[in-house]
Design a binder for this molecule. Structure first.
Ligand SMILES: Cc1ncc(COP(=O)(O)O)c(C=O)c1O
Length: 368
């Protein structure tokens, strides 16, 4: 039996109930029909308000379930699903809303979320809205995860990020999958920071480890490596239909404009040829170069997210200010966003940074 078989069956049952009640929601494209449905009250979305040559730069005119669905949206979702080697994808207006929508819809008050202590606030906010219970386990600690799984009740959902946004380290997904299987729990992986960067073509860590079949849902965001806006929840066709019916940020918000879906699809076409190799080389260079810098502790990260621990909010801010004065922009991450004593300068490496820039950064850290 597939790992997520029972929860998929439960979602399908809820969808069947909706159908029996005559309340089932499904997406239609309304292009070419006489419009008595959209919210485009003044017809602004019908013409280009920026003038000639900027056709289609208009808004969606309503939620996906009213007038905001489009062939562009559905094409982008098909592309995303095949790129990340899964059955289906559903686009939300942002990663924040995707996480709120997924978490609040998938669990009820008798269920339990078991979360890594460092997961993103959008997942935590979604969990609150679900009324389900919540248990935290220590960051990336399998033994603690097991302990919490034994305590959990109802349907169990384990929530992790594949690549952590503040520490730059990755979740031990293989071990997590095993533990989840033993405890009949469902794994949900937020791939926000791995999207486009990890995996052979940027498919993320789940695909890189070939765990596609083992994970209930994955979240890919477009606001980071794709340089755009929005996010997709991927998984089975049942999950997609379920979210269309029960995820409130999807149902009750105006959709993204059609040109954004086109940009998203185009960015996915670009990903295989993106310059990941330069980024990989810069990450190695940074790790090497910081080994001789003994003044501060650096995070143990092998990803594009690096960091220097500078204990104390004042001290971290002072270093960020010093760098800023020198023309370097790196953010101080203060407590309580990170635990007190773990304040840091977060350094995001990009394929367009250079070794000279890294040398300059390290020199200025040492001069501080
Ligand atoms: C792990 C993680 N998930 C979700 C989000 C939210 O994504 P978005 O910025 O698209 O709302 C972020 C954004 O910082 C994030 O770091």
């Amino acid at each position: 039996m597939k790992p997520n078989h029972t929860i998929e069956a439960a979602l399908q049952r809820k969808l069947e109930e909706r159908k029996e009640q005559g309340l089932y929601r499904s997406l239609v494209c309304s292009d070419g029909l006489i419009d008595f449905a959209s919210n485009d009250y003044l017809g602004f979305a019908r013409k280009s308000i920026l003038g000639e040559g900027s056709n289609n730069l208009h808004g969606a005119t309503g939620s996906r379930l009213i007038s905001g669905n489009s062939p562009e949206a559905e094409r982008a979702e098909k592309k995303i699903a095949s790129f990340h080697r899964t059955q289906a994808a559903l686009i939300f207006n942002s990663g924040y809303l995707a996480n709120i929508g997924l978490c609040s819809a998938i669990a009820g008050k008798n269920d339990t979320f078991i979360c890594d202590e460092l997961i993103h606030v959008s997942l935590l906010d979604g969990i609150r809205l679900s009324f389900a219970g919540r248990l935290k386990f220590k960051h990336n600690a399998i033994a603690d995860l097991e302990k919490k799984l034994k305590k959990a009740q109802g349907n169990k959902f384990v929530m992790v990020e594949s690549l952590y946004s503040m520490d730059g380290d990755e979740a031990p997904l293989k071990e997590m999958v095993e533990v989840c299987e033993q405890h009949k729990a469902h794994l949900i992986v937020d791939e926000a920071h791995a999207t486009g960067v990890w995996g052979e073509q940027g498919e993320g860590l789940v695909c890189q480890l070939r765990l596609e079949e083992k994970v209930l849902a994955r979240i890919y965001t477009f606001g980071k490596a794709l340089g755009l806006h929005g996010a997709a929840v991927t998984g089975s066709e049942t999950l997609r239909n379920y979210l269309i019916n029960f995820a409130r940020p999807f149902i009750y918000a105006t959709a993204l404009p059609p040109y954004t879906y086109r940009q998203i699809e185009a960015a996915y076409h670009l990903l295989p040829s993106a310059n990941r190799q330069s980024l990989v080389e810069l990450i190695s260079y940074f790790i090497q170069a910081t080994q001789s810098c003994h003044r501060f502790t650096f995070l143990k990260s092998r990803s594009q997210i690096q960091g220097i621990i500078v204990p104390g909010n004042q001290q971290a801010k002072a270093l960020a200010d010093h760098l800023f004065q020198k023309g370097i922009y790196a953010k101080a991450i203060l407590s309580p966003t990170v635990p007190a004593g773990q304040e840091r300068i977060r350094i995001c490496l990009h394929s367009f940074n250079t070794q000279t820039e890294i040398d300059f950064l390290i020199r200025e850290i040492e001069n501080f």
